[in-house]
Design a protein around this ligand. Structure first.
Ligand code: SF4
Ligand code: SF4
Ligand code: FES
Length: 254
């Protein structure tokens, strides 16, 4: 007899739990199991239902779009191997983001946060800029880790400061300011990124609970980023206070 795996999914429209019994296949992960259910959406008690909705793209833990709560832990569904999960496997959408449908949520607020902190380096790519500035290998190493953020939302999902009633920007955007401000070219726009962190809901709203660093699948040193950016914003505020008689552009990198 084929071995079955038991999957419980928190559904929406209307809100309900549904249980599915799915044939166990070698090397299955949560996304491949969801695809099995999608092909034959019949619940464990034999009721035909609608196929569950979820997001996924890269299927190799790079895009962050498949992030959901698997057995109560926020993670990427594509790298959640069935053989490593206790049964019944429970699947729930992230709770700190607006629900779209079933397991799909809207992570737009993370992209808005990146806009707020100018999470990029403005360069003119219309001509050959030549080789980039030289950087010490140790700096490249840390910046590489920071650059692996995939805007997945795990750090916001576990953060006690993130709630519908709060404006907290979250650890991911704070860490991206560290990434771009520590780059020799990015440092030219450091002040405007720091201003994004100095507004309401900025870095000072972090309660230092450190849940984020434990939840980050890319092992980004988020608490160091938060500490670094808290110091940088304080320095920036002092600098602006002391040079308040100078034109705004002169407040430069912190
Ligand atoms: S340290 Fe705590 S409060 Fe700050 S971003 Fe991380 S989880 Fe949220
Ligand atoms: S910092 Fe880590 S947990 Fe947060 S969005 Fe980026 S990759 Fe995901
Ligand atoms: S599908 Fe891209 S991280 Fe899972």
């Amino acid at each position: 007899m084929t071995e079955k795996i038991v999957v419980r999914i928190e559904r929406s429209h209307p809100a309900r739990w549904e249980e599915f019994h799915v044939e166990r296949r070698p090397n299955a992960n949560v996304i491949s199991v969801l695809m099995q259910i999608q092909r034959n959406p019949v619940t464990a008690d034999g009721r035909k239902t609608s196929p569950p909705a979820w997001d996924a793209a890269c299927l190799e833990e790079v895009c962050g779009s498949c992030t959901m709560n698997v057995n109560g832990k926020v993670r990427q569904a594509c790298s959640a191997l069935i053989d490593h999960l206790e049964q019944p496997i429970t699947l729930q959408p992230m709770k700190k983001f607006p629900l779209v449908r079933d397991l799909s949520v809207d992570r737009q607020k993370m992209f808005e946060a990146l806009k707020r902190v100018h999470g990029w380096i403005p360069i003119d790519g219309t001509y050959d800029l030549g080789p980039g500035p030289r950087q010490a290998p140790e700096e490249q190493e840390i910046r590489y880790v920071l650059s692996t953020c995939m805007t997945c939302g795990c750090c916001l999902e576990v953060c006690p400061q993130v709630a519908p009633s709060t404006a907290f920007i979250g650890a991911a955007a704070i860490s991206q300011v560290r990434l771009f401000n520590s780059h020799p070219t990015g440092a030219m726009n450091a002040a405007e990124r720091l201003h994004g962190l100095m507004e309401a809901g900025g870095v000072n709203d972090c309660g230092r609970a450190a849940n984020c660093v434990l939840a980050c699948p890319k092992e980004i040193p988020l608490t160091s980023s938060i500490a670094d950016m808290a110091r940088a914003t304080t320095k920036q505020a002092l600098k602006e206070w002391f040079v308040r008689d100078e034109p705004k552009g002169s407040t430069g990198p912190a």
